[in-house]
Write a protein that binds this ligand. Structure first.
Ligand SMILES: Cc1ncc(COP(=O)(O)O)c(C=O)c1O
Length: 455
Protein backbone atom coordinates (compact mmCIF):
# COMPACT_ATOMS: atom_id res chain seq x y z
CA UNK A 1 0.00 0.00 0.00
CA UNK A 2 1.47 3.37 -0.92
CA UNK A 3 -0.56 6.26 0.48
CA UNK A 4 -3.27 5.58 3.05
CA UNK A 5 -6.61 7.37 2.84
CA UNK A 6 -5.42 9.85 5.43
CA UNK A 7 -2.18 10.51 3.51
CA UNK A 8 -4.14 11.09 0.34
CA UNK A 9 -6.61 13.46 2.00
CA UNK A 10 -3.78 15.41 3.58
CA UNK A 11 -1.97 15.74 0.26
CA UNK A 12 -5.17 16.79 -1.50
CA UNK A 13 -5.94 19.27 1.28
CA UNK A 14 -2.47 20.79 1.10
CA UNK A 15 -2.31 20.70 -2.70
CA UNK A 16 -3.30 23.37 -5.16
CA UNK A 17 -6.31 21.67 -6.77
CA UNK A 18 -9.31 24.00 -6.85
CA UNK A 19 -12.46 22.20 -5.57
CA UNK A 20 -15.45 22.68 -7.86
CA UNK A 21 -17.14 19.87 -5.96
CA UNK A 22 -18.95 19.13 -2.71
CA UNK A 23 -18.86 19.79 0.18
CA UNK A 24 -20.00 23.37 -0.06
CA UNK A 25 -17.51 24.58 2.56
CA UNK A 26 -14.77 24.16 -0.08
CA UNK A 27 -12.26 23.58 2.75
CA UNK A 28 -12.15 27.35 3.08
CA UNK A 29 -10.33 27.65 6.43
CA UNK A 30 -9.80 31.38 5.92
CA UNK A 31 -13.56 31.86 6.12
CA UNK A 32 -14.48 28.99 8.44
CA UNK A 33 -11.47 28.55 10.74
CA UNK A 34 -9.91 25.25 11.87
CA UNK A 35 -11.83 24.58 15.08
CA UNK A 36 -13.31 21.19 14.09
CA UNK A 37 -12.78 18.19 15.19
CA UNK A 38 -10.86 15.76 17.73
CA UNK A 39 -11.10 18.14 20.66
CA UNK A 40 -14.86 18.39 20.29
CA UNK A 41 -15.71 14.79 19.31
CA UNK A 42 -17.92 13.40 22.10
CA UNK A 43 -20.97 11.19 22.50
CA UNK A 44 -24.22 11.98 24.37
CA UNK A 45 -22.94 13.10 27.75
CA UNK A 46 -24.74 15.23 30.33
CA UNK A 47 -25.87 18.62 29.07
CA UNK A 48 -25.22 17.86 25.42
CA UNK A 49 -28.76 16.95 24.36
CA UNK A 50 -29.78 13.94 22.23
CA UNK A 51 -30.41 14.18 18.49
CA UNK A 52 -33.21 11.62 18.72
CA UNK A 53 -35.02 13.48 21.45
CA UNK A 54 -33.67 16.98 21.11
CA UNK A 55 -34.68 19.65 23.59
CA UNK A 56 -31.44 21.52 24.32
CA UNK A 57 -28.44 22.67 22.28
CA UNK A 58 -29.26 20.36 19.37
CA UNK A 59 -32.84 21.53 19.26
CA UNK A 60 -31.53 25.09 19.16
CA UNK A 61 -29.82 24.23 15.85
CA UNK A 62 -33.09 22.72 14.61
CA UNK A 63 -35.01 25.86 15.55
CA UNK A 64 -32.55 27.99 13.58
CA UNK A 65 -32.80 25.63 10.61
CA UNK A 66 -36.60 25.95 10.78
CA UNK A 67 -36.29 29.75 10.80
CA UNK A 68 -33.86 29.67 7.85
CA UNK A 69 -36.09 27.41 5.77
CA UNK A 70 -39.43 28.83 6.96
CA UNK A 71 -40.40 25.37 8.20
CA UNK A 72 -42.85 24.36 10.90
CA UNK A 73 -40.28 21.91 12.18
CA UNK A 74 -36.76 20.93 11.08
CA UNK A 75 -34.88 17.75 11.91
CA UNK A 76 -31.10 17.91 11.79
CA UNK A 77 -29.72 14.80 10.03
CA UNK A 78 -26.23 13.31 10.19
CA UNK A 79 -26.73 10.50 7.63
CA UNK A 80 -27.23 12.79 4.66
CA UNK A 81 -30.45 13.43 2.77
CA UNK A 82 -30.51 9.70 2.09
CA UNK A 83 -31.83 8.90 5.59
CA UNK A 84 -34.31 11.80 5.48
CA UNK A 85 -35.75 10.72 2.14
CA UNK A 86 -36.12 7.12 3.27
CA UNK A 87 -37.76 8.19 6.54
CA UNK A 88 -40.10 10.60 4.74
CA UNK A 89 -41.32 7.89 2.33
CA UNK A 90 -41.64 5.21 5.00
CA UNK A 91 -43.46 7.53 7.41
CA UNK A 92 -46.15 8.29 4.80
CA UNK A 93 -46.57 4.84 3.22
CA UNK A 94 -47.49 1.39 4.45
CA UNK A 95 -45.96 -1.82 3.10
CA UNK A 96 -47.27 -2.49 -0.43
CA UNK A 97 -48.75 1.00 -0.99
CA UNK A 98 -48.61 3.04 -4.19
CA UNK A 99 -46.45 6.12 -4.60
CA UNK A 100 -46.03 8.66 -7.41
CA UNK A 101 -42.36 9.35 -8.10
CA UNK A 102 -40.38 11.26 -10.70
CA UNK A 103 -38.19 8.86 -12.63
CA UNK A 104 -35.10 11.03 -12.10
CA UNK A 105 -35.25 10.56 -8.33
CA UNK A 106 -32.12 9.65 -6.41
CA UNK A 107 -31.42 6.03 -5.51
CA UNK A 108 -32.54 6.63 -1.91
CA UNK A 109 -36.09 6.97 -3.27
CA UNK A 110 -35.68 3.70 -5.18
CA UNK A 111 -34.34 2.07 -1.99
CA UNK A 112 -37.33 3.25 0.05
CA UNK A 113 -39.67 1.97 -2.68
CA UNK A 114 -37.94 -1.42 -2.60
CA UNK A 115 -37.81 -1.63 1.18
CA UNK A 116 -41.55 -1.05 1.59
CA UNK A 117 -42.59 -3.05 -1.50
CA UNK A 118 -44.15 0.09 -2.97
CA UNK A 119 -45.62 0.22 -6.47
CA UNK A 120 -44.44 3.42 -8.12
CA UNK A 121 -46.39 5.36 -10.73
CA UNK A 122 -43.45 6.92 -12.56
CA UNK A 123 -43.56 10.47 -13.86
CA UNK A 124 -41.02 10.97 -16.64
CA UNK A 125 -39.81 14.57 -16.81
CA UNK A 126 -38.97 15.89 -20.28
CA UNK A 127 -35.54 14.62 -21.27
CA UNK A 128 -33.19 16.56 -23.53
CA UNK A 129 -31.73 13.96 -25.88
CA UNK A 130 -28.99 16.39 -26.96
CA UNK A 131 -27.48 16.92 -23.51
CA UNK A 132 -28.98 14.04 -21.53
CA UNK A 133 -30.44 16.38 -18.91
CA UNK A 134 -33.89 15.94 -17.39
CA UNK A 135 -36.10 19.05 -17.35
CA UNK A 136 -38.71 20.21 -14.81
CA UNK A 137 -41.48 18.06 -13.45
CA UNK A 138 -44.70 19.83 -14.42
CA UNK A 139 -47.87 20.19 -12.35
CA UNK A 140 -49.78 18.74 -15.33
CA UNK A 141 -47.73 15.54 -15.28
CA UNK A 142 -48.39 15.14 -11.56
CA UNK A 143 -52.12 15.72 -12.13
CA UNK A 144 -52.14 12.96 -14.78
CA UNK A 145 -50.24 10.58 -12.49
CA UNK A 146 -52.71 11.23 -9.66
CA UNK A 147 -55.64 10.56 -11.99
CA UNK A 148 -54.03 7.21 -12.87
CA UNK A 149 -53.15 6.44 -9.29
CA UNK A 150 -55.57 8.30 -6.97
CA UNK A 151 -54.78 6.04 -4.02
CA UNK A 152 -51.06 6.94 -3.98
CA UNK A 153 -49.88 7.73 -0.46
CA UNK A 154 -47.27 10.31 -1.47
CA UNK A 155 -45.76 12.17 -4.40
CA UNK A 156 -41.98 12.56 -4.49
CA UNK A 157 -39.94 14.66 -6.89
CA UNK A 158 -36.43 16.12 -7.03
CA UNK A 159 -35.98 19.89 -7.29
CA UNK A 160 -33.39 21.23 -7.89
CA UNK A 161 -31.83 18.28 -9.69
CA UNK A 162 -28.15 17.40 -9.79
CA UNK A 163 -27.94 19.67 -12.83
CA UNK A 164 -29.74 22.48 -11.00
CA UNK A 165 -33.12 22.19 -12.78
CA UNK A 166 -35.88 23.70 -10.63
CA UNK A 167 -39.53 22.60 -10.85
CA UNK A 168 -42.51 24.76 -9.93
CA UNK A 169 -43.12 23.35 -6.45
CA UNK A 170 -45.87 25.91 -5.75
CA UNK A 171 -47.98 24.64 -8.62
CA UNK A 172 -47.19 20.99 -7.95
CA UNK A 173 -48.03 21.31 -4.27
CA UNK A 174 -51.38 22.90 -5.16
CA UNK A 175 -52.25 19.87 -7.30
CA UNK A 176 -51.20 17.51 -4.51
CA UNK A 177 -53.17 19.50 -1.92
CA UNK A 178 -56.29 19.40 -4.09
CA UNK A 179 -56.07 15.61 -4.15
CA UNK A 180 -55.07 15.31 -0.50
CA UNK A 181 -51.75 13.59 -1.27
CA UNK A 182 -48.64 14.79 0.57
CA UNK A 183 -45.70 16.04 -1.51
CA UNK A 184 -42.12 15.19 -0.61
CA UNK A 185 -39.52 17.30 -2.33
CA UNK A 186 -35.96 16.04 -2.53
CA UNK A 187 -34.10 19.34 -2.30
CA UNK A 188 -30.77 17.70 -1.56
CA UNK A 189 -29.08 20.14 -3.94
CA UNK A 190 -30.98 23.23 -2.81
CA UNK A 191 -29.83 23.82 0.78
CA UNK A 192 -28.57 27.28 -0.20
CA UNK A 193 -31.81 28.37 -1.89
CA UNK A 194 -33.14 30.67 0.89
CA UNK A 195 -29.94 32.73 0.57
CA UNK A 196 -30.26 33.16 -3.18
CA UNK A 197 -33.89 32.85 -4.12
CA UNK A 198 -35.73 34.32 -1.12
CA UNK A 199 -39.44 33.38 -1.19
CA UNK A 200 -39.84 29.64 -0.90
CA UNK A 201 -42.21 27.11 -2.38
CA UNK A 202 -43.46 24.71 0.25
CA UNK A 203 -43.94 21.01 -0.17
CA UNK A 204 -45.25 19.01 2.81
CA UNK A 205 -41.79 17.61 3.51
CA UNK A 206 -38.49 18.65 2.01
CA UNK A 207 -35.10 17.07 2.55
CA UNK A 208 -31.93 19.00 1.87
CA UNK A 209 -28.19 18.28 2.14
CA UNK A 210 -26.51 21.15 3.97
CA UNK A 211 -23.15 19.58 3.17
CA UNK A 212 -23.65 19.80 -0.58
CA UNK A 213 -24.00 23.55 -1.06
CA UNK A 214 -23.50 25.19 2.35
CA UNK A 215 -20.48 25.40 4.67
CA UNK A 216 -21.21 22.15 6.52
CA UNK A 217 -19.26 18.92 6.93
CA UNK A 218 -20.17 15.97 4.70
CA UNK A 219 -23.30 14.04 5.74
CA UNK A 220 -25.05 16.96 7.44
CA UNK A 221 -28.57 17.37 6.12
CA UNK A 222 -31.96 18.52 7.26
CA UNK A 223 -35.57 17.43 6.93
CA UNK A 224 -38.12 20.24 6.90
CA UNK A 225 -41.83 19.92 7.55
CA UNK A 226 -44.07 22.63 6.15
CA UNK A 227 -47.61 21.34 6.61
CA UNK A 228 -50.03 19.96 9.19
CA UNK A 229 -50.52 16.84 7.07
CA UNK A 230 -47.33 15.34 8.42
CA UNK A 231 -47.32 13.46 11.71
CA UNK A 232 -44.15 14.89 13.27
CA UNK A 233 -43.90 12.25 16.01
CA UNK A 234 -44.22 9.42 13.50
CA UNK A 235 -41.52 11.00 11.36
CA UNK A 236 -39.22 11.40 14.36
CA UNK A 237 -39.72 7.72 15.16
CA UNK A 238 -39.08 6.68 11.55
CA UNK A 239 -35.86 8.71 11.39
CA UNK A 240 -34.51 6.50 14.16
CA UNK A 241 -34.77 3.51 11.81
CA UNK A 242 -32.41 5.09 9.30
CA UNK A 243 -30.10 7.21 11.39
CA UNK A 244 -27.24 6.22 13.64
CA UNK A 245 -27.84 6.13 17.39
CA UNK A 246 -24.35 7.69 17.79
CA UNK A 247 -24.66 10.94 15.87
CA UNK A 248 -21.38 12.77 15.46
CA UNK A 249 -21.14 15.91 17.55
CA UNK A 250 -18.53 17.19 15.13
CA UNK A 251 -21.07 17.01 12.31
CA UNK A 252 -23.79 18.61 14.42
CA UNK A 253 -21.37 21.34 15.51
CA UNK A 254 -20.67 22.08 11.87
CA UNK A 255 -24.41 22.71 11.36
CA UNK A 256 -24.30 25.02 14.37
CA UNK A 257 -21.34 26.96 12.89
CA UNK A 258 -23.00 27.03 9.50
CA UNK A 259 -26.17 28.58 10.91
CA UNK A 260 -24.16 31.17 12.85
CA UNK A 261 -22.27 32.15 9.71
CA UNK A 262 -25.44 32.36 7.65
CA UNK A 263 -27.22 34.41 10.31
CA UNK A 264 -24.44 36.97 10.51
CA UNK A 265 -22.88 37.02 7.03
CA UNK A 266 -25.14 34.87 4.83
CA UNK A 267 -26.69 37.74 2.87
CA UNK A 268 -23.38 39.41 2.19
CA UNK A 269 -21.65 36.16 1.19
CA UNK A 270 -24.55 35.32 -1.13
CA UNK A 271 -24.45 38.79 -2.72
CA UNK A 272 -20.72 38.46 -3.31
CA UNK A 273 -21.16 35.01 -4.83
CA UNK A 274 -23.97 36.23 -7.07
CA UNK A 275 -21.62 38.88 -8.45
CA UNK A 276 -18.94 36.25 -9.07
CA UNK A 277 -21.44 34.10 -10.92
CA UNK A 278 -22.75 37.02 -12.98
CA UNK A 279 -19.20 37.76 -14.08
CA UNK A 280 -18.62 34.09 -14.91
CA UNK A 281 -21.81 33.68 -16.97
CA UNK A 282 -21.12 36.90 -18.87
CA UNK A 283 -17.45 36.06 -19.48
CA UNK A 284 -18.20 32.55 -20.74
CA UNK A 285 -20.64 33.83 -23.37
CA UNK A 286 -17.57 34.09 -25.56
CA UNK A 287 -17.08 30.31 -25.66
CA UNK A 288 -17.52 29.11 -29.23
CA UNK A 289 -18.04 25.37 -28.77
CA UNK A 290 -18.71 24.71 -25.13
CA UNK A 291 -21.56 26.56 -23.42
CA UNK A 292 -22.87 27.02 -19.91
CA UNK A 293 -26.45 25.89 -19.40
CA UNK A 294 -28.34 28.98 -18.37
CA UNK A 295 -32.09 29.30 -18.16
CA UNK A 296 -34.61 30.81 -15.81
CA UNK A 297 -35.47 27.55 -14.12
CA UNK A 298 -31.84 26.69 -13.31
CA UNK A 299 -29.77 27.25 -10.20
CA UNK A 300 -26.92 29.46 -11.41
CA UNK A 301 -24.55 28.33 -8.66
CA UNK A 302 -24.36 24.93 -10.32
CA UNK A 303 -22.29 25.40 -13.42
CA UNK A 304 -23.27 22.88 -16.08
CA UNK A 305 -20.72 22.94 -18.90
CA UNK A 306 -22.28 21.42 -22.02
CA UNK A 307 -20.18 19.92 -24.78
CA UNK A 308 -22.65 17.97 -26.91
CA UNK A 309 -21.70 19.62 -30.18
CA UNK A 310 -17.96 19.31 -29.72
CA UNK A 311 -15.32 16.64 -30.21
CA UNK A 312 -14.89 16.27 -26.44
CA UNK A 313 -17.06 14.21 -24.08
CA UNK A 314 -18.16 15.36 -20.63
CA UNK A 315 -15.74 12.84 -19.15
CA UNK A 316 -12.83 14.12 -21.25
CA UNK A 317 -13.68 17.70 -20.33
CA UNK A 318 -13.72 16.73 -16.65
CA UNK A 319 -10.34 14.98 -17.04
CA UNK A 320 -8.73 17.88 -18.92
CA UNK A 321 -9.88 20.39 -16.28
CA UNK A 322 -8.29 18.17 -13.67
CA UNK A 323 -5.07 17.29 -15.47
CA UNK A 324 -4.25 20.54 -17.23
CA UNK A 325 -5.83 23.17 -14.99
CA UNK A 326 -5.89 21.60 -11.52
CA UNK A 327 -9.66 22.00 -11.21
CA UNK A 328 -11.63 19.09 -9.75
CA UNK A 329 -15.26 19.19 -10.90
CA UNK A 330 -18.25 17.59 -9.24
CA UNK A 331 -19.28 15.17 -11.96
CA UNK A 332 -19.05 14.23 -15.61
CA UNK A 333 -21.76 12.84 -17.79
CA UNK A 334 -21.63 11.92 -21.47
CA UNK A 335 -22.32 15.42 -22.73
CA UNK A 336 -21.65 17.78 -19.85
CA UNK A 337 -19.63 18.29 -16.72
CA UNK A 338 -20.83 19.96 -13.52
CA UNK A 339 -18.81 22.42 -11.47
CA UNK A 340 -20.34 23.13 -8.10
CA UNK A 341 -19.90 26.57 -6.59
CA UNK A 342 -20.91 28.00 -3.21
CA UNK A 343 -20.60 31.06 -1.02
CA UNK A 344 -17.22 29.66 0.10
CA UNK A 345 -15.68 30.02 -3.36
CA UNK A 346 -13.16 32.70 -4.21
CA UNK A 347 -13.16 35.14 -7.12
CA UNK A 348 -9.90 33.50 -8.25
CA UNK A 349 -11.53 30.05 -8.29
CA UNK A 350 -14.22 31.10 -10.76
CA UNK A 351 -11.75 33.04 -12.87
CA UNK A 352 -9.53 29.92 -13.05
CA UNK A 353 -12.51 27.92 -14.33
CA UNK A 354 -13.40 30.64 -16.83
CA UNK A 355 -9.82 30.79 -18.17
CA UNK A 356 -9.57 26.99 -18.33
CA UNK A 357 -12.79 26.71 -20.33
CA UNK A 358 -11.71 29.46 -22.72
CA UNK A 359 -8.38 27.67 -23.26
CA UNK A 360 -9.99 24.26 -23.85
CA UNK A 361 -12.68 25.76 -26.07
CA UNK A 362 -10.09 27.32 -28.41
CA UNK A 363 -8.96 24.01 -29.84
CA UNK A 364 -12.27 22.16 -29.98
CA UNK A 365 -14.09 21.31 -33.16
CA UNK A 366 -17.81 21.43 -33.79
CA UNK A 367 -19.40 18.07 -34.50
CA UNK A 368 -23.03 17.20 -34.96
CA UNK A 369 -24.13 15.02 -32.07
CA UNK A 370 -26.58 12.19 -32.47
CA UNK A 371 -29.57 12.23 -30.12
CA UNK A 372 -29.27 10.06 -27.02
CA UNK A 373 -31.84 7.29 -26.50
CA UNK A 374 -35.09 8.65 -25.07
CA UNK A 375 -36.06 8.01 -21.46
CA UNK A 376 -39.39 6.20 -21.51
CA UNK A 377 -41.67 4.96 -18.78
CA UNK A 378 -40.48 1.49 -17.73
CA UNK A 379 -42.57 -1.63 -18.15
CA UNK A 380 -42.86 -2.95 -14.65
CA UNK A 381 -43.40 -6.71 -14.20
CA UNK A 382 -42.76 -7.00 -10.49
CA UNK A 383 -42.07 -4.67 -7.61
CA UNK A 384 -38.38 -4.17 -6.85
CA UNK A 385 -39.01 -5.94 -3.52
CA UNK A 386 -40.38 -9.05 -5.28
CA UNK A 387 -37.74 -9.02 -8.03
CA UNK A 388 -34.91 -8.89 -5.49
CA UNK A 389 -36.26 -12.13 -4.02
CA UNK A 390 -36.32 -14.08 -7.32
CA UNK A 391 -33.61 -16.34 -8.72
CA UNK A 392 -31.33 -14.50 -11.12
CA UNK A 393 -28.89 -15.16 -13.91
CA UNK A 394 -26.17 -13.07 -15.56
CA UNK A 395 -26.54 -12.27 -19.25
CA UNK A 396 -24.85 -9.84 -21.63
CA UNK A 397 -26.47 -6.42 -22.07
CA UNK A 398 -27.65 -7.39 -25.57
CA UNK A 399 -29.15 -10.65 -24.35
CA UNK A 400 -30.95 -8.89 -21.50
CA UNK A 401 -33.35 -7.08 -23.87
CA UNK A 402 -36.89 -8.30 -23.21
CA UNK A 403 -35.92 -10.00 -19.93
CA UNK A 404 -36.91 -8.81 -16.47
CA UNK A 405 -34.07 -6.94 -14.77
CA UNK A 406 -32.83 -8.22 -11.42
CA UNK A 407 -30.72 -5.25 -10.35
CA UNK A 408 -30.26 -1.47 -10.47
CA UNK A 409 -27.99 -0.04 -13.12
CA UNK A 410 -26.96 3.56 -12.66
CA UNK A 411 -24.19 6.01 -13.38
CA UNK A 412 -22.85 7.56 -10.20
CA UNK A 413 -23.10 10.46 -9.80
CA UNK A 414 -25.95 11.35 -10.04
CA UNK A 415 -27.28 7.94 -8.96
CA UNK A 416 -30.47 7.91 -11.03
CA UNK A 417 -31.10 4.34 -12.21
CA UNK A 418 -31.42 3.57 -15.92
CA UNK A 419 -33.26 0.44 -14.92
CA UNK A 420 -34.48 -1.07 -11.66
CA UNK A 421 -35.26 -4.62 -10.48
CA UNK A 422 -38.58 -5.91 -11.79
CA UNK A 423 -38.55 -3.77 -14.97
CA UNK A 424 -38.32 -5.23 -18.48
CA UNK A 425 -35.01 -4.34 -20.12
CA UNK A 426 -35.88 -2.34 -23.23
CA UNK A 427 -33.61 -1.83 -26.25
CA UNK A 428 -33.38 1.82 -25.20
CA UNK A 429 -32.28 0.99 -21.67
CA UNK A 430 -29.68 -1.45 -23.02
CA UNK A 431 -28.39 1.16 -25.47
CA UNK A 432 -28.19 3.72 -22.68
CA UNK A 433 -26.13 1.37 -20.51
CA UNK A 434 -23.74 0.58 -23.37
CA UNK A 435 -23.31 4.26 -24.23
CA UNK A 436 -22.62 5.17 -20.61
CA UNK A 437 -19.95 2.47 -20.44
CA UNK A 438 -18.43 3.58 -23.72
CA UNK A 439 -18.28 7.13 -22.36
CA UNK A 440 -16.36 5.69 -19.34
CA UNK A 441 -18.93 6.93 -16.83
CA UNK A 442 -18.91 5.30 -13.44
CA UNK A 443 -21.65 2.74 -14.18
CA UNK A 444 -22.63 0.81 -11.08
CA UNK A 445 -24.25 -2.60 -11.40
CA UNK A 446 -23.88 -5.87 -9.57
CA UNK A 447 -23.50 -7.72 -12.88
CA UNK A 448 -20.42 -5.60 -13.79
CA UNK A 449 -20.07 -5.99 -17.59
CA UNK A 450 -23.22 -8.14 -17.69
CA UNK A 451 -26.72 -7.68 -16.29
CA UNK A 452 -28.55 -9.68 -13.67
CA UNK A 453 -31.93 -10.78 -14.99
CA UNK A 454 -34.65 -12.93 -13.48
CA UNK A 455 -34.53 -16.65 -14.36
C1 LIG B 1 -31.00 14.28 -5.90
C2 LIG B 1 -30.30 13.69 -4.71
N1 LIG B 1 -31.03 13.36 -3.62
C3 LIG B 1 -30.48 12.83 -2.53
C4 LIG B 1 -29.13 12.60 -2.46
C5 LIG B 1 -28.54 11.99 -1.23
O1 LIG B 1 -27.95 12.97 -0.46
P1 LIG B 1 -26.88 12.64 0.66
O2 LIG B 1 -25.59 12.40 -0.05
O3 LIG B 1 -26.86 13.87 1.51
O4 LIG B 1 -27.35 11.44 1.40
C6 LIG B 1 -28.31 12.92 -3.56
C7 LIG B 1 -26.88 12.66 -3.51
O5 LIG B 1 -26.12 12.94 -4.40
C8 LIG B 1 -28.92 13.46 -4.72
O6 LIG B 1 -28.20 13.75 -5.81
Amino acid sequence: MSDTLFDKLKKYGEGSTYPMHMPGHKRNAALLGNALPYGIDITEISDFDDLHNANGVIDYIQQRLAAFYGAKKSFLLVNGSTCGIMAAVVSLCSFGDKIIAARNCHRSVYRAIELYNLSPEWVIPPYDTQTGIFGCVTAESIEIAIEKCPDAKAVIITSPTYEGVISDIDKISLVCKRHGIPLICDEAHGAHFPLFYGGRAFSDISVTSLHKTLPCLTQVACLNIFSDKVDIDRLAETLQMFETSSPSYVLMASADRCMSLLETDGKELAARHTKRLEHFYKATERLRHLYIKNSENCDKSRIVICCENTDISGRELFDRLRREFDIECEMASMRYAVALTSICDSDEGLICLENALVAIDKNLRTVQCTPLPKMCAPTVCKTAYAAERCEKTLVSVDESIGKVCGEYVWAYPPGVPVIAPGETVTAQAAQNILEMRRAKLNVISRGKEKILTLK
